[in-house]
Design a protein around this ligand. Structure first.
Ligand code: OOG
Ligand code: NI
Length: 470
């Protein structure tokens, strides 16, 4: 019988979720089709360098999902399911702080962590946990009811969790088990039509639509599945031309003439979906909910801590310009800030140690023994630099995406002391160590430098990105 390795399970899981989500949210199918057109158009227009940040095959298949769970127990369980697919927690995002509206969640992303695995299938899932114990959002009394409600539900069955443990231990499953496992895992994220308690849902919704979406129902569901494009400006215009209403902005860096960095994201607005409610008088009937939307993204180069500091500064500088009324739109403000502060070549990014790359010898290259900087080797035609793609998320963009799809801001009491969460606390909740994104990228660059030195038989001086962040 055929054996499905971890990455094959991951690819099948991503495909199964995509098929299910397409049935649930037909506008997603339009988004995927338009994304594919955009990518084809980009390949034709740009030619050979189009695939610098990802091959067309990888980018076409690439998705990230977003899910939301209600408790540490559920977070630990979902981590076990994802581990079976070779997806491990990376990064900590506190959206309570990043959002102006009431978004009471803390998050991580589950994804493959090494290069070969990412190349085989990069599926990742942004996973948020409701901070039910945060008194800024929930009174003591409501915390109790919310916890009781969430603790009484079962999203991940014992059968699913047992199979996940087996798949993780064996690094895969045989054909029959693989099919069952993927079916069970996918079904755990299917939109359920069990009647929703209207009074309970609305009580939570008054505080935060996100809290209601997570804690107001007995199930979870996939919130969005995001395709990747090479040109998000083209995607945005193409969707609007089709009559699909998009949120007001593209989140993250602006369009500009230099290298793509980090992550640009946008989405079509959350759509009304019919769900079933049980009302106070006991009657059951339809009602509309608006929680799911269609996000799309364009990925750029991973930044070092120094680069990230510059990025965060440029974002606040952009806010400042906008506030001062210096430019009419956020995009124009950002473009000016980018032009004035960010090197507009990959080489510039490397020389200032702002972004991560890997370095490979050019075929047949020969270099006299000695000690070199990589830029010297590149100039001599002996070495090629390849950008490392940013595989993670941005808290402010995530908060922006959450917010722009909420109808109301909700409520929060900032006089209260917030519940403490950080990467260490979240690691404990998950039961596995959450990796720091920077460390993964830095390791990749450092390893490539070591390999390069060995291959060429020379000494290579550490690059600024590696040396500054050791
Ligand atoms: C997650 C929102 C964040 C992203 O891509 O930044 C996100 C959610 O809506 O659950 O998906
Ligand atoms: Ni997303």
């Amino acid at each position: 019988m055929a054996f499905y390795e971890t990455w094959q399970l991951r690819a099948r899981f991503a495909e199964a979720l995509s098929a299910m989500y397409g049935e649930e949210v037909p506008a997603y199918i339009t988004l995927v089709e338009v994304s594919q057109d955009v990518n084809k158009r980009y390949m034709e227009a740009v030619g050979a360098t189009a695939e610098r940040l990802g091959t067309i095959d990888r980018v076409t298949a690439e998705r990230h999902g977003a899910i939301r769970v209600g408790s540490p127990r559920e977070m630990g369980q979902v981590a076990r399911v994802f581990a079976a697919f070779g997806m491990y927690p990376v990064g900590f995002y506190d959206l309570r702080e990043a959002a102006k509206s009431s978004v009471p969640v803390v998050s991580t992303a589950f994804r493959p962590t090494d290069r070969e695995e990412l190349a085989k299938n990069p599926f990742r899932v942004f996973t948020s946990m409701l901070a039910t114990d945060d008194p800024r959002f929930f009174s003591k009394e409501l915390q109790e009811r919310l916890k009781r409600f969430i603790d009484s539900r079962t999203i991940f069955s014992d059968e699913l969790l047992e199979m996940a443990a087996r798949a993780e231990a064996q690094k895969g499953l045989d054909e029959a088990d693989a099919a069952t496992f993927i079916e069970l895992a996918t079904a755990a994220f299917k939109l359920n039509d069990e009647a929703i308690d209207d009074e309970w849902y609305r009580e939570l919704e008054n505080i935060s639509a996100v809290a209601a979406d997570i804690g107001g129902v007995r199930f979870t569901h996939i919130n969005h599945l995001t395709p990747r494009v090479f040109d998000i400006d083209d995607l945005y215009a193409s969707m609007e031309a089709k009559g699909v209403t998009m949120i007001d902005e593209i989140q993250g860096p602006p369009a500009w003439d230099g290298p793509d960095i980090l992550l640009r994201q946008t989405s079509f607005r959350a759509l009304d979906e019919e769900r079933t409610f049980r009302f106070r008088d006991g009657s059951v009937g339809p009602g509309a909910l608006r929680v799911r939307f269609g996000e799309v993204e364009q990925r750029g180069i991973a930044l070092s801590p120094k680069g990230r500091e510059l990025y965060d500064w440029m974002i606040s500088e952009t806010d400042e310009k906008l506030r001062a009324g210096e430019t009419p739109t956020r995009d124009e403000a950002a473009q000016e800030v980018w032009k004035a502060n960010l090197p507009n070549t990959e080489r510039g990014l490397r020389e200032e140690g702002l972004a991560y790359f890997t370095y490979e010898p050019v075929d047949g290259a020969e270099v006299a023994p000695g000690e070199y900087r990589v830029e010297q080797l590149i100039d001599a035609g002996a070495v090629r630099a390849e950008p490392i793609v940013y595989e993670d998320f941005l808290p402010r963009s995530a908060a922006g995406i959450f917010q722009s799809n909420l109808k109301t801001a909700g409520t929060r009491d900032n006089q209260q002391q917030g519940a403490d969460y950080d990467i260490a606390v979240m690691s404990q909740i998950i039961g596995r160590e959450i990796k720091e994104p920077f460390e993964l990228y830095r390791e990749q660059e450092a390893e490539s430098l070591e390999r390069l030195a060995k291959d060429l038989g020379v000494k290579v001086i550490p690059t600024p990105a590696v040396a500054n962040n050791a």
